[in-house]
Design a protein around this ligand. Structure first.
Ligand code: HEC
Length: 104
């Protein structure tokens, strides 16, 4: 077995520590209710991004709502609480949802 250069090991560690948010969304079942762009059961992620474009508090608020669930903001369909999502993952997901480009 040969030794890897330190920078390569560091790069590998960083890569495994952070799952890309798109994978988190798939892994946590978000995409069974949300379209990336358009409404399915819940609003499309691009529609959510559009709605909170100028809302500085949206990242923290939405991270909380991902774990606690939501109803009444978009309609009468309930988003059940996603307690299996860690706080860190919820924050990453909220940032990612809010960074979706405008729906066309
Ligand atoms: C069972 C279906 C379902 C699943 C699974 C689901 N959602 Fe939702 N989501 C909804 C519905 C319905 C709404 C609209 C709730 C409302 O009107 O307040 C919503 C709303 C949201 C909102 C906007 C909240 C707001 O205040 O505007 C975000 C952000 C969100 N979901 C992210 C996620 C993420 C991330 C996941 C995966 C961890 C996820 N959702 C999983 C159905 C779902």
């Amino acid at each position: 077995m040969h030794l890897l250069p330190a920078w390569l090991m560091l790069a590998a560690i960083t890569a495994t520590a952070q799952t890309p948010p798109a994978d988190l969304a798939r892994k946590n079942g978000c995409l069974s209710c949300h379209g990336l762009v358009h409404k399915q059961v819940g609003p499309g992620f691009a529609q959510i991004a559009e709605r909170y474009r100028n809302d500085a508090e949206a990242p923290a608020r939405l991270a909380g709502k991902i774990r606690d669930g939501s109803v009444g903001t978009w309609g009468r369909v309930i988003m059940p609480r996603q307690a299996h999502v860690t706080e860190n993952d919820a924050r990453a997901l909220a940032q990612w949802v809010l960074s979706q480009p405008a729906p066309r």
